[in-house]
Design a protein around this ligand. Structure first.
Ligand code: PBG
Length: 312
């Protein structure tokens, strides 16, 4: 059953397809290369439609946008401005590609505030869950008005999915869907991403994001989000959390997205730059493992590379 490539293909239980891939894009008015993520650069709003057209030509159908605003303040106002960085990028992509490219917007505050937390702070400097929900609602509405197909709340505030669903439905955006970062671990693997978005977090997010030692808690978080109206459930990071993916797969019928995060990307890049691993093979093996665990789709910085390889 393994004697030839053709029999192996015939009996393969899982496969990686270009349709499974979501490509992350960092949008910035003054774009830079990201030194801790070789091969990844920020893109300006006036070039983003070109970048996305190239992805479209490779067969990639979906992108997720992260904004790196020029100015930050205490409430993250660029995140919900009609001329905010993500809103402008969305306008450019949608006017060039329309429905042929699914645009997902990361919905969070960390890139838009001075302190780098995912929410607004109370007078004692703690993240204020309910005040943050109000700001998330404004961001969701503004991203929907700009034309995104899907919003992806990534701050793990309690009640965020319900608050966003309500505001979208009340404003005739019932068809804008929600990809919830339901099981987002408080992970050290986001380090290179923070360089990419220039966020310098003082402290950590252990009070509102998952403890790496827990899995049952992740399942509970996922079930809350499904009940609140999440369309797609996300688990992040991916490669070190395959058990979480597979446990969640057994419990829900919603599509599952896994995020192969910046640290996972950079570790592969660094080891392959040293000549210690075969990059192409490791990339495919990691992504296939994420599929095998039960993910339906994967956000990965390797998306263009994989799409090129699959095209042959
Ligand atoms: C929050 C957000 C982060 C990532 C995705 N959305 C940063 C964080 O939580 O610190 C990290 C993704 C990655 O590491 O690739 N806006």
């Amino acid at each position: 059953m393994r004697a030839s490539e053709s029999i192996r293909r015939l009996v393969a239980e899982n496969s990686l397809r270009t349709d499974d891939l979501i490509a992350p894009i960092f949008v910035c008015d003054d774009p830079k290369e990201i030194s801790s993520m070789p091969g990844i650069s920020q893109v300006s709003p006036n070039k983003v439609a070109d970048t996305v057209t190239q992805l479209d030509a490779l067969g990639i159908n979906a992108v997720i946008l992260f904004g790196v605003p020029t100015t930050r303040d205490s409430v993250g106002s660029d995140a919900y401005s009609s001329t905010g960085i993500v809103q402008r990028a969305t306008n450019e992509i949608k006017s060039r590609l329309g429905d042929s490219m699914l645009v997902i917007a990361d919905l969070c505050l960390d890139e838009y505030v001075e302190h780098g937390h995912c929410g607004v702070l109370d007078s004692q400097g703690r993240v204020d869950n309910d005040a943050t929900l109000e700001v998330y609602s404004r961001i969701a509405l503004s991203q929907a008005q700009a034309g995104v197909d899907m919003v992806a709340p990534s701050g793990m505030m309690d009640g965020q999915v319900r608050a966003i669903r309500n505001v979208l439905d009340a404003n005739s955006f019932g068809s804008v869907s929600i990809m919830a970062y339901s099981a987002k671990y408080s992970s050290a693997l986001y380090g290179p991403f923070r360089d990419a978005v220039d966020v310098h977090l003082a402290g950590d997010r252990k009070t509102y994001q998952q403890d790496p030692s827990n899995v049952r808690e992740a399942i509970e978080e996922v079930l809350y989000d499904v009940r609140e109206g999440a369309d797609i459930i996300m688990i992040k990071p991916a490669g070190h959390y395959l058990d979480v993916i597979s446990r969640v797969r057994e419990r829900i019928n919603n599509p599952i997205c896994a995020y192969q995060v910046s640290g996972e990307y950079s570790m592969i890049k660094a080891a392959s730059a040293k000549g210690w691993i075969e990059e192409d093979q490791v990339v495919f093996e990691t992504l296939l493992s994420i599929k095998r665990a039960g993910a339906d789709m994967i956000i990965t910085y390797f998306a263009p590379f994989v799409a090129r390889q699959l095209r042959g």
